[in-house]
Design a protein around this ligand. Structure first.
Ligand code: NAP
Length: 294
């Protein structure tokens, strides 16, 4: 019999992931704080509920996919936190991007209440979530990681086990350092090209044929050309992740100059009302700083 899953957080990522699990035959119950976001999923046949308690009771697996540390803490251990309603052997899997410390602390609290928890954040954006091509980065007990493969194989194309609770979140920060600084690098190259008076389309064509070509550049190409930034991965989430990375780096004594510079750019973009735009809007911020655009 297929697993009963509660999926909490129907944002840009959670909604397509939950839908794929439903299509794969899992019994999926979804909950979102803002109730209207579950309506499209209800139309697609998923079971929707109006409270966290109703979502998580009598499930095999509870998945959370939420904005940030504060959201995950509130949903798991807050006043109406789900840990009060979950009973073993239900497994709790947080797929949000949060600090490794938060992942470790929540897992410890859950363990004290007899619940097994795993951090399993994902690499890949909305297109990968929709097509089931995410990469899952997991921390927790190895046997739990193995028992979740049927779920991970539906939402993702690969899953990697990194070790104890918090290790998945550490791996996620490692990959997002590369993502955030890559976007900063692409943007700086394009700003230089703009100031040189080079044609943007041709510059992007060149980049996509050069050794630095990447699928990521392809995903962001149209946003950069059209200077329209509907969010797949919102700038506020990348800003949050770079903040988490720098916080961890300070703790463990890691020197990350390019990450610090990128963080400043994303912070400036946040101050210019770009929080809910795609992370690629950092290009607009740098264009503006260089006087290449009014
Ligand atoms: P999103 O579209 O902003 O959705 C965030 C979700 O969190 C919404 O369902 C929101 O509910 C919920 N939420 C926020 N605060 C809450 C609270 N206090 N209590 C209950 N629910 C709360 O974010 P997303 O793009 O899906 O990203 C989710 C996570 O995945 C983030 O940690 C992000 O960094 C990570 N991630 C994102 C991408 C990407 O490309 N988008 C890729 C990889 C990883 P409401 O609807 O009520 O606000």
């Amino acid at each position: 019999m297929s697993k009963k899953i509660a999926f909490i957080g129907m944002g840009n990522m959670g909604a397509p992931m939950a839908l794929n699990l439903h299509k794969a035959g899992f019994e999926v119950t979804v909950y979102n704080r803002s109730a209207e976001k579950v309506l499209p999923l209800k139309e697609q046949g998923l079971h929707t509920v109006g409270s966290l308690q109703d979502a998580v009771m009598h499930k095999d697996v509870v998945i959370t996919m939420l904005s940030n540390d504060a959201a995950v803490k509130e949903v798991i251990t807050g006043d109406e936190g789900i840990l009060d309603y979950i009973e073993a052997p239900t497994v709790l899997v947080d797929m949000s991007t949060v600090s490794p410390d938060t992942s470790g602390e929540l897992a410890e609290t859950a363990a004290q209440m007899g619940i097994t928890m795993m951090d399993a954040p994902v690499s890949g954006s909305v297109n990968a979530a929709e097509s089931g091509n995410l990469v899952i980065l997991a921390g927790g007990k190895k046997e739990v990681f193995e028992s979740l493969q049927d779920i991970f194989e539906v939402v993702g194309k690969a899953s990697y086990y990194f070790g104890n609770n918090g290790s998945g979140s550490k791996a996620k920060l490692v990959i997002n350092l590369l993502l955030g600084t890559t976007m900063q690098g692409i943007s700086e190259s394009l700003v230089l090209a703009e100031k040189f008076g080079l044609e943007r389309t041709t510059v992007l064509d060149m980049m996509q044929q050069a050794a630095v070509a990447s699928p990521f550049l392809g995903f962001k190409r149209n946003l950069l050309l059209e200077e329209q930034y509907p969010a797949a991965f919102s700038l506020k989430h990348m800003h949050k992740d770079l903040g988490l990375i720098l916080g961890q780096a300070r703790e463990i004594g890691s020197v990350l100059p390019a990450t610090s510079a990128a963080y400043q750019s994303y912070s400036a973009a946040m101050n210019h009302n770009m929080a809910d735009m795609d992370m690629a809007a950092v290009f607009a911020e740098l264009l503006s700083q260089s006087g290449a655009k009014n």
